[in-house]
Design a protein around this ligand. Structure first.
Ligand code: BES
Ligand code: ZN
Ligand code: ZN
Length: 456
């Protein structure tokens, strides 16, 4: 979907001209009378989200005008690949690398189809991008497509074992090491992960990857890998269960971000931890009122077996800290409450540093990969401190559910570690150009670009 100037320069390239409404008159003044008539006759005003194909004298579609806003370029081109004829296109105009990259990412996302079960034709349009940006753009595209594919794959074909295979495959491609803990060792070493996952016929596990120079700063990524969330004995209603194949979205994001870190060679010592389980129902399922003892010795009273994500993450966060991470970032489709608070597109970011969270939020808005800073308000911790155990996985009220879930995770990360938590949705509810209904990579570009700046 991308090409560079040198290659196949003999093929004619059609021009894509991004215009703001205020640019349109100047463009028309320099165009032929026929083109002016064509554009004016169709009442094209260069409003963001609109486009028009302008034929040349021979009647072939040589120029595409697209409306855009300079502070929101990402989705300007995204509808084009599906609607334009196959071929090569070049952008005309003078744009910064950042703007060009955002145009190109939107363009790439406009090619996405989940075609594993129903093969279809992906658009065959190629956009010329500067040579020095091409590889980076392709790596971003690959990571985002892989996150979407993973989230879209039903649990029948993506269990804990298959998720581990995906991680092993990524590790092999990027020269990382892969390991996993299962069975009695999991039960002994990671009791919380085992307790949640043991009811499934598909064995729970902790997936682990390691990459990079041990002399570099240690960075850990943790992702919730619940391959399907029935709710367990606190079973979800049909409507609440419908999308729960996406409950490994956090794991998909951790793997997607790891792919960016490794392929773009960030100078970090990276470790990835994924508790991979199915929250299933059977005679040996963990129960409401059970009290579990986690890896770090914390006792957890189970108020609701549907609040399983925080339980499995507890052991993974403990291990990440034990292994020396200075910074831990976790991704998890953790609460419905996060959606009530901020809706589907805006993941809450919890951070121990307000200043850092605000900087990341600002970056996220600038590159149109949004998230929103939320408070880690510690006084609410008492809501998740029951009488007969250290922590409860539900708490005394249903208010502030995304925040109290974050405070639960906070308990497992020792002070002094720069820990951040993203309560993602990983899903588009409806079709938008470039963002079909289904799995979505959220705030991946943002977190990567922020990390890139931190470790440069
Ligand atoms: N996987 C869900 C959270 C979820 C639900 C994310 C819907 C996105 C959309 C999680 O395991 C869960 O069920 N959480 C419960 C927690 C509650 C029982 C305290 C929730 O949010 O209702
Ligand atoms: Zn749940
Ligand atoms: Zn869940």
């Amino acid at each position: 979907m991308f090409c560079v100037r040198e290659q196949s320069a003999d093929q004619p390239r059609r021009r894509i001209v991004p215009l703001q409404p205020s640019d349109l008159d100047a463009w028309l003044d320099s165009a032929s009378g026929a083109a002016q008539g064509w554009v004016r006759g169709r009442e094209f005003e260069a409003e963001p989200g609109t486009s028009i194909v302008v034929p040349d004298e021979a009647g072939s579609p040589s120029t595409v005008l697209v409306g855009y806003s300079p502070d929101a370029p990402t989705w300007a081109l995204t509808g084009l690949p599906a609607s334009l004829p196959a071929g090569e296109y070049t952008l005309s105009g003078d744009f910064s690398d950042r703007t060009l990259s955002l145009f190109a990412i939107g363009w790439a996302l406009g090619h996405y189809r989940f075609d594993r079960y129903k093969p279809g034709k992906r658009p065959a349009c190629r956009l010329e991008v500067p040579e020095h940006l091409r590889e980076r753009l392709e790596i971003f595209r690959d990571a985002m497509f892989r996150v979407r594919d993973l989230v879209n794959t039903p649990a029948a074909d993506l269990g804990p074992e298959e998720l581990a295979e995906v991680a092993a495959d990524l590790a092999e491609r990027c020269e990382a090491t892969f390991s996993q803990v299962t069975g009695t060792e999991l039960e002994r070493e990671f009791p919380a992960i085992h307790a949640v996952g043991r009811a499934s016929s598909r064995a729970p596990r902790l997936i682990r990857m390691e990459w990079g120079d041990p002399a570099h700063p240690p960075l850990a990524l943790v992702g919730k890998g619940v391959i399907f969330d029935t709710g367990g004995l606190s079973i979800k209603p049909t409507s609440g269960m419908a999308l729960m194949k996406k409950d490994m979205g956090g794991a998909a994001h951790a793997l997607g971000l790891a792919e960016l870190v490794m392929r773009l060679k960030l100078p970090v010592h990276l470790r990835v931890y994924i508790p991979a389980v199915e929250n299933a129902i059977s005679g040996n399922a963990y129960r409401p009122s059970d009290i579990l003892k986690t890896r770090n010795g914390t006792t957890i009273e189970i108020g609701n077996t549907d609040a399983e994500g925080r339980v499995v993450l507890s052991d993974a966060l403990t291990l990440a800290a034990e292994e020396g991470a200075q910074r831990i970032i976790d991704f998890a489709t953790l609460t419905g409450a996060a959606r009530v608070a901020l809706g589907e597109d805006l993941p809450p970011l919890y951070s121990r540093s307000t200043e850092q969270a605000r900087a990341i939020q600002d970056l996220s808005l600038a590159i149109e990969d949004p998230l929103w800073h939320m408070p880690l308000y510690r006084p609410y911790k008492q809501q998740i401190e029951p009488k007969i155990a250290d922590l409860s996985n539900t708490g005394s009220t249903s208010q502030g559910g995304s925040l109290t879930a974050a405070l639960f995770l906070d308990h497992f990360v020792p002070e002094g570690i720069d820990w951040m938590h993203l309560d993602i949705y990983a899903w588009n509810l409806s079709d938008r150009p470039g963002r079909p209904a289904g799995g979505e990579a959220q705030c991946l570009r943002t977190i990567f670009e922020w990390l890139e700046d931190q470790y440069k």
